[in-house]
Design a protein around this ligand. Structure first.
Ligand SMILES: Cc1cc2nc3c(=O)[nH]c(=O)nc-3n(C[C@H](O)[C@H](O)[C@H](O)COP(=O)(O)OP(=O)(O)OC[C@H]3O[C@@H](n4cnc5c(N)ncnc54)[C@H](O)[C@@H]3O)c2cc1C
Length: 414
């Protein structure tokens, strides 16, 4: 395929979203930052008149998209396909490591399988520049490459992949999942695996999208630690993931600064982590503090931290900020169903449904399998699951295991 070119203002977040989507989808493209429309007019005579048309995506065969959404681009690239069947053995929602793994195992074992992803293939893992702790890749692998390999495997086994598609409404009718997709398609499946993962809480700063993965990283960033050798690294948050992250970075970084909203760590951090952090001379903690500005041209170069009590601003030079202020599971779709979620929205499965505080809501007569939710035949895998281990390997493992449980469910019920 001819190369795609994206033209846009260098600080445009819509251009970033397009670049991020193409990068995560392993599409080769050129990025051309433009200062004024005058530079584009000779390239596209008579077609560019207004800033609102930016960003522009130039596709092969002289097709131009003005200020497109990623859906528009995916559609033009022929990635938005229609479901081939009206009913599937299993529908899988979310194409992160858990969903991709489930799709590969399900289709390779003969189940008619549809995989629905609202954004790009790869999920959170797809945003990781290098995953170094996944078995079999001693030199690490980028998240998007891992995801692309899994996508190829899924396609090889005949999975129907519906990209950039979201569900509008999900309901269980006669034991089957009925889903209305945005755009008009309807899916029916005898069983379902929810692998919709987690979305990390954002800092909500104006330039955040621009620096996403260019200095601002979500999660503990385990794979980035080595890249931070001799750097001044900032970790935002005061919970266990932030504490673990700070300890991890402190092995390689010159200095680690934790930016904490509260006035102590004891209330949010496990005691063992707190004592370790207190012993590390390299770790500094800024209490009552928040990052209020991000600075840099194309990548992050510095930040402003504001003391929320005094209002005093301090500037720091840094290329690395890791945001560990928790996440929200992507389970809005389940809010009007009988699926039990915990307070934060995670899907409760298996034995946890029988324990307090969830057992008071347990009205069913069946005993749920390990990854089964409170709705029979509806399974959860990966980060979206209550009490899950937030790792690529565990998400992949749970995706595979969920398929075994689907087989058992289908055998017993159909
Ligand atoms: C920057 C970063 C680096 C990381 N590095 C490592 C590492 O080095 N090693 C490691 O083990 N772990 C790492 N992790 C954690 C790891 O990526 C996650 O544990 C893993 O991706 C979880 O996989 P998942 O499939 O459960 O969920 P996710 O990866 O969150 O994928 C869920 C997918 O579901 C989609 N989705 C959500 N809602 C819907 C819906 N309604 N319909 C359709 N699709 C939907 C989302 O768009 C997403 O693609 C990292 C995480 C991040 C953010």
């Amino acid at each position: 395929m001819e190369k795609i070119t994206v033209y846009g203002k260098h600080d445009s977040s819509s251009a970033y979203i397009i670049r991020d989507f193409l990068k995560r989808s392993l599409v080769h493209f050129d990025w051309v930052p433009v200062e004024t429309l005058d530079t584009l007019k000779p390239l596209f005579p008579g077609q560019v008149a207004d800033d609102a048309q930016l960003p522009i995506v130039a596709l092969p065969e002289h097709q131009l998209l003005f200020n497109p959404t990623v859906e528009d681009i995916a559609c033009k690239l022929g990635w938005i396909s229609e479901p081939k069947h009206t009913e599937y053995d299993v529908s899988i929602f979310g194409a992160g490591p858990a969903g991709l793994s489930a799709a590969v195992y399900a289709a390779s074992e003969g189940l008619s399988t549809v995989l629905v992803e609202r954004e790009a293939i790869g999920g959170q893992a797809g945003t990781s520049s290098r995953i170094e702790n996944y078995l079999g890749f001693p030199n690490g692998i980028s998240g998007s490459e891992l995801a692309e390999r899994a996508r190829q495997q899924a396609v090889k086994f005949g999975v129907d992949i519906l990209l950039v598609r979201r569900s509008m409404k999900a309901e269980f009718i006669g034991g089957k999942l009925h889903v209305d997709l945005v755009g008009g398609n309807k899916l029916i499946a005898k069983s379902n695996i929810s692998a919709t993962g987690v979305e990390y809480t954002r800092l909500d700063l104006p330039d955040e999208n621009r620096f996403l993965n260019l200095g601002i990283y979500y999660g503990a960033g385990a794979s980035e630690a080595l890249l931070c050798a001799n750097q001044h690294v900032f970790v935002v948050g005061g919970g266990n993931s932030a504490g673990q992250s700070a300890l991890n970075f402190c092995k390689h970084a010159r200095k680690v600064t934790m930016v904490v909203r509260g006035n102590d760590l004891a209330s949010s951090l496990s005691y063992y982590l707190l004592t370790r952090i207190q012993k590390k001379k390299k770790i500094e903690v800024l209490y009552n503090s928040a990052i209020t500005e991000l600075h840099g041209e194309t990548t992050l170069e510095g930040i402003t931290v504001t003391n929320t009590l005094t209002g005093l601003n301090s500037g720091y030079i840094t290329k690395f900020v890791f945001v560990c202020i928790g996440g929200k599971p992507n389970t809005n779709w389940a809010r009007n169903t009988a699926i039990v979620r915990d307070e934060a929205g995670y899907l409760v499965t298996g034995g946890d449904l029988m324990k307090a505080p969830f057992n008071s809501r347990w009205k069913n007569s069946f005993v749920p399998a390990f990854l089964e939710t409170s709705v029979p035949g509806c399974f959860a895998a990966g980060d979206v699951r209550f009490n899950s281990v937030k790792r690529v390997a565990s998400a992949v493992g749970e995706g595979a295991m969920a398929v075994t449980l689907v087989h058992r469910y289908l055998h017993e019920n159909y």
